[in-house]
Design a protein around this ligand. Sequence first.
Ligand SMILES: CC(C)(COP(=O)(O)OP(=O)(O)OC[C@H]1O[C@@H](n2cnc3c(N)ncnc32)[C@H](O)[C@@H]1OP(=O)(O)O)[C@@H](O)C(=O)NCCC(=O)NCCS
Length: 122
Amino acid sequence: MLIRYKKSFKKIAMGLLSYMPQEKELRTLQETIESYETSDERQLYLWKIDEDIVGVVGVAADNNKVEILHIAVNPSYRDEGIGTEMIAAVTKAHPDQEVVPGEATTRFFEKCTKEAGKGSRL
Ligand SMILES: CC(C)(COP(=O)(O)OP(=O)(O)OC[C@H]1O[C@@H](n2cnc3c(N)ncnc32)[C@H](O)[C@@H]1OP(=O)(O)O)[C@@H](O)C(=O)NCCC(=O)NCCS
């Protein structure tokens, strides 16, 4: 289930974001989480399974498009379709905007959209 970020999830969200290659430095990670807390255009979502937060997806949205800036899944939960489901859920949460990848998420996004053409969950 996709849920919106709130400050009580800060540590778990930072831990998940740190799996992104460009978020290895603590300072960068702190700036990233702050940008999601303060920017009106940015929204961070978490993926919850029962009581566990196992994924994160961060977007920058305007009236026309939603750009996926960050996406990461806890390594213990990878290859179970969660990343794909998160992109599908973000797309559903923003029905009036086009969902596009950011520079750091293009590879996975394109894989998902390719799979969608073959009839997967997206
Ligand atoms: C990318 C990520 C979110 C995918 O999450 P996931 O829940 O494992 O995704 P799914 O189970 O829906 O899909 C798994 C498929 O995506 C592929 N995949 C994983 N990372 C990928 C990447 N960076 N680029 C392209 N494909 C990728 C897997 O090899 C797997 O392929 P297969 O189905 O052919 O075996 C996860 O691997 C992750 O957190 N990676 C580290 C963070 C990161 O690099 N994010 C940016 C990705 S561009």
